[in-house]
Design a protein around this ligand. Structure first.
Ligand SMILES: CC(C)(COP(=O)(O)OP(=O)(O)OC[C@H]1O[C@@H](n2cnc3c(N)ncnc32)[C@H](O)[C@@H]1OP(=O)(O)O)[C@@H](O)C(=O)NCCC(=O)NCCS
Length: 176
């Protein structure tokens, strides 16, 4: 039985190792990174999955953003599952539980930049964010949105900006 839980500061080093293996250094050059750098994940929305032996095999975090005229929303990502545990449904489990928790906490919409063929199974689509822009280049086919509350992204337009809690020195040191 794997364990899906809230991330702690102690998970940071292994989480970064997993992200490095999944995405490499290139992840720091992504446009979405501009909405994350210097900020803490959204309260109660940073998750890890541990395997049966207690090793970290999955990470998923959400970030507070302002989605143009739609107002407060979340940015999802990155999500990664350790290579040796992919295709077991763990990514889907993390997505579903993370999104359910975000909805339970009262968040109304989620955006992300990623592979539409993967994320559409969770309800993400390009149309929801068609008139929003990100603070950097993005392939429109990979810029996706999901309403957790019906109509939350209706007519949304303008720039997506970061609006989260600033990263503390302790958190910065833990993931360095
Ligand atoms: C994407 C990722 C999180 C999925 O986790 P997972 O636990 O392997 O996924 P699941 O077991 O829940 O789902 C597997 C299904 O997703 C599909 N899938 C996985 N990655 C995909 C992708 N990038 N695009 C389309 N489909 C994808 C698999 O082909 C499989 O399809 P099937 O159900 O039809 O057989 C994992 O593959 C991963 O960490 N990849 C590297 C990091 C990454 O690319 N993150 C997402 C950025 S877009």
């Amino acid at each position: 039985m794997v364990d899906f839980k809230l991330e702690t500061l102690a998970d940071a080093v292994l989480r970064e190792r997993l992200l490095h293996a999944a995405f490499g250094q290139g992840r720091f050059r992504k446009t979405a990174e501009k909405l994350r750098r210097g900020f803490m994940p959204a309260e109660g929305l940073a998750f890890t999955t541990l395997d049966e032996a207690g090793h970290l095999i999955g990470t998923l975090r959400f970030w507070n953003i302002t989605a143009g005229t739609a107002g407060d929303a979340l940015l999802l990502g990155p999500i990664a599952i350790a290579e040796h545990r992919r295709n077991e449904g763990l990514g889907a489990m993390m997505m579903r539980r993370g999104l359910a928790q975000a909805q339970w906490l009262g968040h109304k919409a989620v955006i992300l930049v990623g592979d539409e063929p993967y994320y559409r199974r969770f309800g993400f689509c390009t149309q929801a964010v068609a008139r929003l822009t990100l603070p950097g280049p993005v392939e429109r086919a990979r810029f996706l949105g999901l309403e957790l509350e019906p109509g939350a992204l209706h007519g949304a337009e303008g720039l997506v900006t970061a609006c989260g809690r600033k990263l503390t020195t302790a958190a910065r040191a833990a993931s360095a």
